[in-house]
Design a protein around this ligand. Sequence first.
Ligand code: SF4
Length: 555
Amino acid sequence: MLPPFWPARPGAIGLQAQHMYVAFTANPGFGLTLWRTAAIACYILFLKCSELPGRIGPGNSCRHEIEEAVIVAMKQMQTPTQATPVPVTHVQAQEKTSETDAPINVAAPGMRKVFVKTYGCQMNVYDSERMSDALFKDGYQKTDNPEDADLLLLNTCHIREKAAEKVYSELGRIRQLKEALAEQGRELMVGVAGCVAQAEGQEIIRRAPIVDVVIGPQTYHRLPQAIARARQGEKVVDTDYAVEDKFEHLPTADKKTITSRGVSAFLTVQEGCDKFCTFCVVPYTRGSEVSRSVQQIEREAQSLVDAGVREITLLGQNVNAWHGHGADGREWGLGELLRLLSDIDGLERLRYTTSHPRDMDESLIDAHRDLDKVMPYLHLPVQAGSDRVLKAMNRRHTAQDYLRLIERIRAARPDIALSGDFIVGFPGETDADFEETIQLVEKVRYAQAFSFKYSPRPGTPGAERDDHVPEDIKAKRLERLQKLLRQHQVEFAENCIGKTIDLLLEKPGREPGQLIGRSPWLQPVIVDAKPSQIGDIIKVRITRTGTNSLYADCV
Ligand code: SF4
């Protein structure tokens, strides 16, 4: 039961607080300690204050203290210790009392087809693959045609502006498909997964009753059971922060499936974020930072390599915050993990994304210097060049900190290609602030970058500010920034002409006889080669640049 002051439509922050509140209070077996109760109380206070503009502002130390308390409480929920009885989550509690909680009757092999539409980042691509793997084990086959599907799954992203509204529009189109198929006597089940599912929860069922299953990023290992319950007529919403480790419950793909996905693979090593940048919804939709164990990661990497994968990109919302217990008994960071993985025979290339400047430690920088398999490419977002704006964004570093870090990284690996993210027009950004962003870009000279106009995300502190920058000013600043970033990207590409590089051949090109590979700096490179060479790393000489790619000859 929710407390009486609970808002009817609490938004992303409120939903997460609600999950915590329910998980703690609905479970009598979960012993509440004083400090945990205090942490939750703080979080509820945080929620209430967040919904009252001007009461607690970004950078306010009270807010940081609350965040820290919440992080500790959430970690405790996600990592039960021996002294802590394992809490039964909200959904598990429902399952125990549900009349429909009969043994799950899964589909017979080969009987059903699933169409998965993925929005957003590489982490969602990876999640979609793992959800598909779980469904394949239940007899589902993949289809690329939604009209052939028995199950249509949207794996959503909450980063983009009006993300939820776009999902509701998509669901409107799916409703027409579902009705058309129903007229043919076919049933189409609809599932919504990912960050919009996490943020909207039950609201999705209310606004789009055609949806049968809503499942959050932390519980997608329960997808087959959720679908089985939905087939029995239940509307299933499972957006809890699961206590069990979902990766332990997910089946690994078979060799054939891995091979069909290509020679370059993603591997999620870390999820969630504790940084609470004031423009970002990730800490609310993906929860607190959690690292997978060294053993799990090593096992998955080895199975990818056994199936022919040559390059692995380690993923995490804040990947360089990864940490774990190493085989030597010490606490490892991402640098040590890269060292371990680089010893796997047959694995030729390692990358990782996305990193936070605060978590680039010495060991990780040394890994770039020492390990040939770690590619000379680093995506290290800075977002803005003005300390005033960085503080308002709660980035927890200054422009000088960032520039000094870049110097250390370049000293360790001089040929490294740097990539970044930028937000222009954050509330309160002045012309002078923007000039500092331009100056930082001039100093770093990125090989690649992603830049956007600031747009408010409901539930985040930035959205509540009253000093938003007018759209026309944001547009002008973005145009100028992108022109400069593009100029640097072109210069970097042109500097590659004449160089002989190692190219990992990944897939067929557009023209017959062409293959596309990736340079060490992540640029697509087009070369004449045979399909049988996919997976090979060959020497090529770069001959010219295209719009977004390079052309090369074999040497
Ligand atoms: S570090 Fe990245 S994921 Fe975390 S809050 Fe900031 S922008 Fe979002």
